[in-house]
Design a protein around this ligand. Structure first.
Ligand code: C2O
Length: 504
C-alpha cells in the first residue's frame, strides 16, 4: 500500500511537563507529532515543507537500512543538504523491516525541540503474531525548557570547559507526564518502547507486572524475562506483558532518567515520570514505591529469533577511541581517534558520486574532519570501540544493524583484537542498531558491508554529536556509483546556495 503525506514542519507552543509553553517543532500545526504506522512492504511518500522560518531541517528514519536509497537517509551533510526555510523535500520510503523505529530531525540539535516520533512496522509473518492480544506504543524522552540552539551554545563554550551537558528538566512518556493506559484483565499486550530523547537513558519498570523482551531495535529475539529495562536514546524494546485477572487496583509504570549521566544534579531535579496501567478508572492511581532491588536487563545475552550466526571471519578490523577533551578554543569537544567531526560543505554522498568510483575510495576526498572510513563491498567489518571517557555512550550506525560480539565495563580497558578472547564470543550474537558502551569500557561489533552508501556512525546523545562524536563510513564506493540522487534533492543545496558536487 502506498500513502502520500504532507508534513508542514513549523513552530508551535507546547507544555508537556506543565511548566510553561515553549516553542516546539510540530507537524501540520500539531505537537506531539504523528506516529507513523505501516505494514512490511508499505510505501510512504512524504512531502516535507519547511515552515520554520528561522531554521533548516531534515528527517531521518532511524533504523531503516535504505538499501539502494541512501539519499533518503536524511542525514544532513551526509546524504542531503538541510532543507532551507520555505523549501520542500520528498522522502520516499518502503518499509521493508518490521519492528519498532522512530523518525527525527537530523539537523543540529533540532529533534530535542520536538521533531521526533515513533514508527511501527507490523509484521504479519512475525514470530510473535497471535501471541498477544493488543499493542501499545510508549515513547520515552527527556524534555528541556530551552531551545536546543541555545543549549548547544552553552555546552560548547569556554565558560563550560569540562563539557557538562545540559540536564533535562523533565522526563516524558508519550510526550506527557500524565499518561493513563487503560488495560483489560487477562490480556497480553505487546508494549513497544522507544527512547526518542536526546540525552538521558531511562530505567523503566512496571509495578506488579513482569516483562518478557521479544524485540530490540527491529530484531525479534527469543523471549527473555526482564524486571527493568535500561533504554538509551534511540534504542527500542518490545516486551510482552500479561495483565492480572484481578481488576481491583491500578499500577504504576515508572521511567527514571539515569542521573549517573548528569555532571551536576540541579536542586529540585525530578528525573522520574510515572504513568499508570489502569484496570479500573474509578480506583486511585497509586504513587510508585521506591525500588532498589530491581536489576536492569542486560541486552548482551539476547538471541535473535533468526539465529544468524556470528561472522567468524573478519575482513577488516579497526578501532575508534573516544575522548572528550577541552581543546582549541577552550571549549569541550568529542573525538574519535583524536579527530572531532566537522560537517563538510558537500554532503559526503554527493562527493562520493561526483568524484567517481576510484577517487571515492580514498578517505581524503571527504574532507579532513569527517572521520571517514572506507569499506569494500561485502567485507565483514569489525569495529572495536574503546571508550576513553568515563561516561556511557549509545552508539548508532546508519544503514545496518550489527552483531554485538563483545562488551566490557571499565575493567576491560582497551580491547585489542585477540583470537583467544574471540573464541568466547557468542555463537549467535545479539543484533541491534544502537548499543551503549560503558564508561572506560569497550565493545566489539561486526557487520557485513553489503549496503553501498555513506552511513554515519555516532553517539546518539545529541550533545555529543554536536561536540563531534561522529564518523563517516563509506561503504562499497564503486557499487555506489550506480545510485541516482533525485534531481529534486539537489534543490535543497541550491536553495541554500551550497555546492552539490566535488571535493568536500
Ligand atoms: Cu537516530 Cu544519526 O540517528
Amino acid at each position: 500500500e502506498t500513502t502520500v503525506k504532507d508534513f508542514r514542519v513549523g513552530w508551535v507552543l507546547a507544555n508537556p511537563d506543565g511548566a510553561f509553553d515553549r516553542p516546539t517543532i510540530g507537524i501540520n500545526g500539531q505537537w506531539p507529532i504523528p506516529q507513523l504506522t505501516a505494514t512490511v512492504g508499505d510505501r510512504m511518500i512524504l512531502n516535507v515543507h519547511n515552515d520554520l522560518g528561522n531554521a533548516s531541517t531534515s528527517l531521518h528514519f532511524h533504523g531503516f537500512f535504505q538499501n539502494g536509497t541512501n539519499y533518503m537517509d536524511g542525514a544532513v551533510g551526509v546524504t542531503q543538504c538541510a532543507i532551507p526555510p520555505g523549501s520542500s523535500f520528498t522522502y520516499d520510503i518502503v518499509f521493508e523491516q518490521p519492528g519498532t523505529y522512530w523518525y527525527h530531525s537530523h539537523s543540529g540539535g533540532q529533534y530535542m525541540d520536538g521533531l521526533r516520533g515513533a514508527i511501527v512496522v507490523h509484521d504479519p509473518a512475525g514470530p510473535y503474531e497471535g501471541k498477544y492480544d493488543k499493542e501499545i506504543v510508549l515513547s520515552i524522552s527527556d524534555w528541556y525548557h530551552e531551545l536546543s540552539v541555545d543549549l548547544i551554545d552553552q555546552l560548547i563554550n569556554v565558560e563550560n570547559p569540562t563539557g557538562a551537558e545540559p540536564v533535562p528538566q523533565a522526563a516524558l512518556i508519550n510526550d506527557t507526564q500524565n499518561l493513563s493506559i487503560p488495560v483489560m484483565p487477562d490480556t497480553t499486550y505487546l508494549i513497544r518502547f522507544v527512547n526518542i530523547g536526546g540525552f538521558a537513558a531511562q530505567y523503566i519498570w512496571f509495578e506488579g507486572h513482569s516483562m518478557r523482551v521479544v524485540e530490540v531495535d527491529g530484531v525479534w529475539t527469543e523471549p527473555a524475562d526482564a524486571d527493568m529495562l535500561y533504554i538509551t536514546p534511540a534504542q527500542r524494546y518490545s516486551v510482552l506483558l500479561t495483565t492480572r485477572s484481578d481488576t481491583s487496583a491500578n499500577f504504576a509504570l515508572v521511567s527514571a532518567m539515569d542521573e549517573g549521566l548528569f555532571d551536576v544534579i540541579p536542586e529540585g531535579q525530578n528525573s522520574n515520570v510515572t504513568a499508570w496501567l489502569v484496570y479500573d478508572a474509578t480506583k486511585p492511581l497509586p504513587a510508585p514505591q521506591p525500588v532498589n532491588e530491581l536489576e536492569a536487563f542486560d541486552d548482551f545475552d539476547l538471541v535473535p529469533v533468526d539465529g544468524l550466526a556470528i561472522f567468524d571471519h573478519v575482513d577488516h578490523s579497526f578501532s575508534l577511541e573516544v575522548q572528550m577533551d577541552n581543546l582549541r578554543d577552550g571549549a569541550n569537544y568529542a573525538f574519535f581517534n583524536d579527530m572531532t567531526y566537522v560537517q563538510p560543505k558537500v554532503p559526503s554522498l554527493y562527493t562520493a558520486l561526483s568524484v567517481g568510483g576510484t577517487n571515492a575510495s580514498s578517505p581524503i576526498v571527504y574532507g579532513s574532519h569527517t572521520n571517514t572510513h572506507v569499506f569494500k563491498h561485502n567485507d565483514v567489518i569489525e569495529l572495536i570501540l574503546n571508550n576513553g571517557d568515563d561516561g556511557r555512550h549509545p552508539f548508532h550506525l546508519h544503514g545496518h544493524n550489527f552483531q554485538v560480539v563483545h562488551r566490557s565495563d571499565e575493567d576491560g580497558g582497551i580491547y585489542i583484537p585477540d583470537d583467544l578472547a574471540a573464541s568466547e564470543f557468542p555463537r549467535v550474537p545479539m543484533r541491534r542498531d544502537t548499543v551503549f558502551v560503558e564508561g572506560n569500557g569497550n565493545f566489539v561489533i561486526r557487520f557485513r558491508a553489503d549496503n553501498p552508501g555513506v552511513w554515519l556512525f555516532h553517539c546518539h546523545i545529541e550533545w555529543h554529536m554536536d561536540q563531534g562524536l561522529v564518523a563517516t563510513f563509506v561503504e562499497a564506493p564503486e557499487a555506489l556509483q550506480a545510485l541516482q540522487v533525485p534531481e529534486s534533492h539537489l534543490e535543497a543545496c541550491r536553495a541554500a546556495g551550497k555546492p552539490t558536487a566535488g571535493n568536500a
